[in-house]
Design a protein around this ligand. Structure first.
Ligand code: FES
Length: 179
């Protein structure tokens, strides 16, 4: 697998960085370790909007991009993950938010439940949670033990809030622009 492909189970925590204002996933990209080496230039490159081609992310895969210095997760959720996320009663949640309210509509006007887009930063002290982990099979933050569900909502542990949804929009059926 090349370094600019979405991760699979064997390379789950790989992060790649789309550079410039409109670099698409699978296009020109730089690996995460280069960020430290490039210093300020990398920060500048990561500051603008990024476009992500959702068709490159298979069901059950998660893509990680760097946007404005933070990781952004784009998860192509399975039907089971969507079902579980929808079934949760808001009264069970520390930070009550319906799954549908964490998603946006595509060009057709219908909410696209498949793709969850989040800033991949734990709302406790800012660690990067691990995907497909934890008691709710969403994300798990190993720093102090916060568990997030398949909608990225905090369910257990010290984090006070759900993972943040960044500003984004669909610019076609399969492409979103973050930022
Ligand atoms: S930073 Fe995630 S649990 Fe503390």
């Amino acid at each position: 697998m090349s370094d600019n492909q979405p991760d699979d189970g064997s390379k789950r925590d790989f992060i790649f960085l789309a550079t410039g204002a409109v670099a698409a996933a699978g296009g020109a990209s730089l690996a995460w370790p280069l960020v430290a080496q490039m210093g300020k230039a990398a920060d500048t490159l990561a500051a603008g909007s990024i476009e992500i081609d959702l068709s490159k992310i298979a069901e059950g895969q998660q893509l990680k991009m760097l946007w404005r210095g933070k990781p952004v997760f784009v998860r192509h959720r399975t039907a089971a993950e969507i079902e579980v996320a929808e079934a949760v009663e808001l009264t069970e949640l520390k930070d009550p938010e319906a799954d549908v309210d964490r998603l946006i509509a595509g060009p057709s006007g219908a909410v696209n439940q498949k793709y969850l887009v989040m800033v991949g930063v734990c709302t406790h002290f800012g660690c990067v949670p691990v995907g497909e982990a934890g008691d709710f099979e969403g994300w798990y933050c190993p720093c102090h033990g916060s568990h997030y569900d398949t909608s990225g909502r905090i369910r257990k542990g010290p984090a006070p809030k759900n993972m943040v949804i960044p500003p984004y929009e669909y610019i076609s059926d399969n492409v979103i622009k973050v930022g």
